[in-house]
Design a protein around this ligand. Structure first.
Ligand SMILES: Cc1cc2nc3c(=O)[nH]c(=O)nc-3n(C[C@H](O)[C@H](O)[C@H](O)COP(=O)(O)O)c2cc1C
Length: 155
């Protein structure tokens, strides 16, 4: 496989765990997307803040925007927040140039599935080729499923 970056945001660890499994399988470089202002740890507080941010189409500032320039394939992982990707992932996509790149999305959710996550990624990066995503419930991402998914993509 070509040069691979695995960029992810995780609030409570589930998406991080999926990202680490993908890293192990692909040998790509891991990049954690970190908002400058950490989100509150408490569930109700973060749910309320994320709702407000979604309503305002807010792009939270990141400690580091990363750089996808040297990569051909960028896995992008996010928890599903209010039926789409989390705010920090929106910022990461908006602040990088995905022209000619392949995005391989993945997400973890709490029961509602990926919802609009992958469609919204394609909207934010219209020039990228967005592949079929890997969607897992909470911390249930599993190495065999991830291997099968990646094999099917023929990257
Ligand atoms: C702010 C917020 C919004 C959420 N919205 C959804 C949702 O719309 N659909 C869903 O299935 N799960 C939702 N969840 C649950 C998370 O997607 C799920 O717990 C995910 O695995 C968390 O990933 P993380 O541990 O990497 O942060 C939400 C959780 C939070 C904190």
């Amino acid at each position: 496989m070509a040069n691979i970056l695995i960029a992810y945001y995780s609030h409570s660890g589930n998406t991080r765990s999926a990202a680490e499994k993908i890293q192990k399988i692909t040998g790509g470089n891991l990049f954690e997307i970190i908002p400058s202002e950490p989100y509150p740890a408490g569930y109700n507080a973060v749910v309320a803040q994320a709702k407000k941010e979604k309503e305002n189409d807010f792009y939270p500032e990141l400690t580091n925007n990363g750089n996808v320039k040297n990569y051909d394939i960028i896995f992008i992982g996010t928890p599903v927040w209010w039926y789409t990707m989390a705010g920090p992932v929106k910022t990461f996509i908006k602040n990088n140039d995905f022209e000619g790149k392949v995005i391989v999305p993945f997400c973890t959710h709490g029961g509602g599935g990926a919802s609009m996550t992958y469609e919204d990624m394609q909207k934010l990066a219209p020039k990228a080729k967005v592949m079929s995503g890997y969607t897992s419930y909470e911390h249930s991402a599993n190495e065999n499923d991830i291997k099968a998914w990646i094999n099917n993509l023929n990257l």
